[in-house]
Design a protein around this ligand. Structure first.
Ligand code: SF4
Length: 123
């Protein structure tokens, strides 16, 4: 009697199906928050800037307009976390500029260092 190949074993098919279902669920979740974005269908120039160089006031006004949209956005947190995780280098995401996101990442990193070095309570 021949044994089934290991890649044909039913448990492997179950693992593959679970992995695919998990990947599909995460893709659907990602698509869902973007579908609910307040900026959906808007001119992306507001969030990423024009192709020409902006003067300081023009940039500040554009970023404030984008942030005003973000303040009304129901998926602000999902957007911000996506930008932080994927290290989005440009534009307004979750109501923060690239420099503000970098500062937030530094604060999070330093608070993790503080938490990691904090003394543990005695048992
Ligand atoms: S938080 Fe701002 S950039 Fe992000 S999806 Fe909402 S409106 Fe768009």
């Amino acid at each position: 009697m021949t044994q089934p190949r290991s890649d044909e074993h039913p448990s492997n098919k179950t693992k593959t199906a679970k992995a695919l279902a998990s990947k599909l669920a995460s893709l659907e979740a990602e698509a869902r928050w973007q579908d609910r974005a307040a900026c959906k269908g808007m001119d992306p120039t507001i969030f990423f800037g024009p192709e020409h160089t902006e003067v300081v006031k023009e940039k500040r006004d554009r970023e404030e307009a984008a942030k005003a949209v973000c303040r009304t956005c129901p998926v602000n947190q999902e957007c911000l976390e996506h930008a932080l995780e994927s290290k989005e280098a440009y534009g307004i995401w979750g109501g923060l500029t690239e420099l503000e996101r970098k500062a937030l990442l530094r604060r999070r990193a330093s608070s993790n260092v503080v938490l990691a070095s904090a003394p543990r309570p005695a048992k």
